[in-house]
Design a protein around this ligand. Structure first.
Ligand code: NDP
Ligand code: 8X3
Length: 252
């Protein structure tokens, strides 16, 4: 029987690259996100490229009821999930705290923290029932070091750091693995979303150094998910060569 991964935020960036690498290596894949057209296109590509089963579930992780309904409606085959990749997330705005917009704060906390919790809340009982499972939470270098104007995004990722550690402890008795993968600067749609569609600002974020791409991160996610049963990588921080942490990037 093939293994199954559920990926939140598979319509773009790190989630989409992860869907490809897991499917390429024979996983059946549950892809999720809000943009249904992208999900349908990805589903078609994965099926035709890798000959695996793909289930596409369109939902917003902020919507607790929709998350619950989507997971409880899974058939028995799809409930046998091996890996949950909690990847859906975003930064909205880059302002000093005194200039921050409460709607941006809500979007980040509701998606990055509460959304991750809502999805985990539905999947953890399946893992406990199946006596196996692996939760991989996408943190960030922003989970570790606060930077100027990063305030609420950093707070939301510090929460992912705390939750990853807490899940690891609480789920020990069930043999469920928990890993936080924390990327540094990675060129995806992340900056386009952060700067609300301002492409000049988005491109500028990566000027003067070579950022990572989603395809640089996905193999490490695949690696941590496919170790022998007795090994759990708790944390993995991956940055471009030019970046030491959130605040130290060497730009030419
Ligand atoms: P992208 O913007 O390319 O992808 C983000 C994904 O999250 C999309 O598939 C989007 O799908 C999904 N998403 C966002 N909000 C929601 C929501 N409310 N409900 C469901 N899905 C949602 O960015 P990345 O690939 O870079 O980001 C992936 C993760 O990596 C995020 O958690 C981000 O914080 C983290 N990260 C990114 C870094 C970077 O430099 N790029 C560095 C460190 C961490 P859709 O819009 O279709 O819903
Ligand atoms: C995304 C990377 O540096 O914009 O988590 O916070 S950063």
């Amino acid at each position: 029987m093939r293994k199954i991964i559920l990926i939140t935020g598979a319509t773009s960036g790190i989630g989409k690259a992860s869907a490809h690498i897991f499917a390429k290596n024979g996983y059946d894949v549950i892809i999720t996100g809000r943009r249904n057209e992208r999900l349908l296109e990805l589903s078609k590509n994965l099926k035709s490229s890798y000959n695996v089963d793909v289930l596409s579930l369109c939902f917003d992780v902020k919507n607790k009821e929709k998350v619950k309904q989507s997971i409880t409606s899974l058939t028995d085959k799809w409930k046998k999930i091996d890996v949950l990749l909690n990847n859906a997330g975003l930064a909205v705005g880059l302002d000093k705290i005194q200039n921050g917009k409460t709607e941006d704060w809500d979007a980040m906390i509701d998606t990055n923290v509460k959304g991750l919790l809502y999805v985990s809340h539905e999947i953890i009982p399946l893992f406990i029932e199946n006596k196996k499972g692996h939760i991989i939470n996408i943190g960030s270098t922003a989970s570790k070091t606060v930077y100027e104007k990063g305030n609420v995004y950093c707070a939301s990722k510090f929460a992912v750091d705390a939750l990853s550690k807490a899940m690891r402890i609480d789920l020990l008795e069930f043999g469920i693995k928990v890993t936080q993968v924390s990327p540094g600067a990675t060129e995806t749609e992340f900056s386009e979303v952060r700067f609300k569609g301002n492409l000049d600002k988005a491109v500028n974020a990566y000027k003067g150094f070579k950022p990572l791409t989603a395809n640089d991160i996905a193999p490490s996610i695949y690696h941590v998910a496919n170790l022998p049963n007795n090994i759990c990588i708790n944390e993995l921080e991956i940055t471009p060569l030019a970046q030491a942490n959130s605040t130290s990037i060497f730009k030419e």
